[in-house]
Write a protein that binds this ligand. Structure first.
Ligand SMILES: Nc1ncnc2c1ncn2[C@@H]1O[C@H](COP(=O)(O)OP(=O)(O)OP(=O)(O)O)[C@@H](O)[C@H]1O
Ligand SMILES: C[C@H](N)[C@H](N)CCCCCC(=O)O
Ligand SMILES: [Mg+2]
Length: 202
């Protein structure tokens, strides 16, 4: 199964969630478009314990830590969703990490979520519970629904807020695959802990 990890924004925890999902399924990991350094694929590799997972090469590595459409302009390249076809892998599971939120532009017409049109996959949405996240979550969910994107479920990441979580879930009508606490530190042990929990949901 291919899971595409998107979020309600940037810095939401997609890379952490991708590492957890990759560890849970001993999947391969792929970041189609990387904007800025350090690379997410290096972060994921450093957080894995299993020896099966492979980190597949990015389709685009851009130099500027910004929206891919702008980072591509700075690098004088053009990037297109349709070129982000699945890299070859023998692994039956692949975790694909987007960049920023779902409607982050790749160019003047396409967005990160358009990458999911290229191959069978289910989206896993990373939501946070800061003040303002209800709106950001419901806007993203509405957009995914409007695009007929298959959503496997939601992963809540960071400081908890039961009231915000319950209203998001009520409107989303989707399973909560995992709740990740705000951790003191992020390391292989923390990733293994959450991988053992989320494995049952996948
Ligand atoms: N639950 C958590 N507890 C502690 N630190 C966290 C947690 N979730 C994320 N972080 C930290 O917050 C930062 C941003 O997380 P992360 O890189 O996973 O976000 P992202 O959504 O992948 O960002 P980007 O859009 O740049 O890819 C990282 O330093 C990460 O280790
Ligand atoms: C650079 C950052 N780490 C991400 N890779 C890209 C985030 C793009 C955000 C665009 C936006 O929503 O304003
Ligand atoms: Mg990331």
């Amino acid at each position: 199964m291919n899971y595409f990890v998107t979020a309600i924004g940037t810095d939401s925890g997609k890379t952490l969630v991708s590492a957890i999902l990759t560890e849970a399924l001993h999947a391969d990991y792929w970041k189609p478009v990387q904007a800025g350094f350090p690379k997410d694929s290096e972060a994921v590799e450093a957080l894995l314990s299993n020896t099966t997972s492979k980190i597949l090469p990015e389709q685009y590595v851009l130099n500027t830590p910004a929206s891919p459409h702008y980072a591509a302009e700075v690098d004088r390249v053009s990037i297109h969703a349709k070129e982000m076809t699945l890299p070859f892998t023998k692994n039956r599971h692949l975790i694909i990490e987007g960049a920023g939120g779902a409607l982050v532009p790749l160019n003047d017409k396409e967005f990160v979520i358009d990458i999911t049109n290229n191959f069978p996959c289910e989206v896993i949405l990373v939501c946070n519970l800061y003040l303002g996240s209800i709106n950001h979550s419901l806007l993203t969910l509405n957009e995914l629904k409007h695009r007929n994107v298959k959503v496997k479920g939601i992963i809540f990441n960071g400081p908890s807020n039961p009231s915000s979580e319950s209203i998001i879930v009520k409107h989303a009508q989707l399973p909560v695959l995992l709740n990740i606490k705000q951790e003191e530190k992020i390391n292989k042990e923390v990733v293994r802990k959450y991988a053992s929990i989320v494995r049952e949901q996948l």
